[in-house]
Design a protein around this ligand. Structure first.
Ligand code: SPD
Length: 283
């Protein structure tokens, strides 16, 4: 650990994505290296195995687009499952919806939860003490395989990149289990990487979800600290692309508290499919 101020970088495919700051905690779990930093521009942040995950003054660029199209689009939202999401940001955004009665969150790495609760408490905010949250420190892949069919209204995958503990969160077997867990009218959501920095993972994810669910659409936005800054989330449903039409009452309840997401932003972000990606998806 180097506590002196300097540059902290994620290095990916010949490019460095860096923030000026200092490392304030670094340790290894059985799964990965967990690093907490204090940056000048975005406040405290989290890296896993040297890859940017989140930061206090940037996390809403990521968590709002992942959560609200699903929570505003599903027919019902009583029971929600989040796989990953150990920093708490996804749980916090889900629990802003009063219709959520139970949120099961399954995070493989207890050290991520522990360090984020200590150093980045604003990420989870009130979610950590919300009685609707049931946190399990467990393997999300095993969890979905063991869960009852048609038991969730919304399933959200908030994992890291497809390497290390998150590798199994991008394949057919895992997505098939997620599909099995959805109730009729349900919506599935996952972060689906960058259309620029991780183009092939992104394309494969969208294609696979279209094949398995029948309806799947990527939404494009920006998370400036991530490779290329250009990011995507993909939504899927069995009974039509209901994630495209936000419920007005649920929207009214959360939109004023959002920094990025709104029905207008969402409509533009779903429409902003890069031309080359659109052609590749049509092949
Ligand atoms: N390349 C970064 C991908 C990270 C996706 N998950 C971030 C976790 C935020 N809750």
């Amino acid at each position: 650990m180097d506590p002196s101020p300097g540059w902290i970088d994620e290095v990916y495919d010949g490019v460095r994505y860096g923030l000026a700051g200092r490392v304030i905690a670094e340790t290894s779990s059985p799964y990965q290296r967990v690093t907490i930093i204090e940056s000048e521009r975005y406040g405290k942040g989290l890296l896993l195995d040297g890859c940017w995950m989140t930061a206090e003054r940037q996390e809403r660029h990521y968590h709002e687009p992942l959560v609200h199209p699903a929570l505003c689009g599903a027919e019902r939202i009583e029971r929600v499952l989040v796989i990953g999401g150990g920093d708490g940001g996804t749980a916090r955004e889900c629990l802003r919806h009063s219709g959520v009665r139970q949120l099961d969150m399954v995070e493989i790495d207890g050290l991520v939860v522990e360090l984020c609760r200590e150093h980045l408490p604003s990420l989870g905010g009130g979610a950590w003490s919300d009685p609707r949250l049931r946190l399990s420190i467990d393997d999300g892949i095993a969890w979905v395989a063991a869960a009852e069919s048609a038991s969730y209204d919304v399933v959200i995958v908030d994992g890291s990149d497809p390497a290390g503990p998150a590798e199994g969160l991008f394949n057919r077997a895992f997505f098939e289990q997620c599909r099995r867990l959805l109730k009729p009218g349900g919506v599935f959501a996952t972060q689906s990487e960058s259309p620029e920095a991780f183009r092939s993972v992104h394309l494969d994810t969208v294609r696979l979800l279209r094949e398995l669910f029948g309806h799947a659409d990527p939404l494009y936005g920006w998370v400036p600290m991530y490779p290329s800054g250009w990011w995507s989330w993909t939504f899927a449903a069995l009974d039509g692309p209901r994630y495209l039409q936000p419920d007005p009452a649920r929207t009214a309840a959360v939109a004023a508290g959002c920094e990025i997401w709104s029905p207008r932003w969402q409509a533009g972000a779903f429409a902003a499919v890069p031309a080359g990606i659109e052609r590749a998806l049509a092949d």
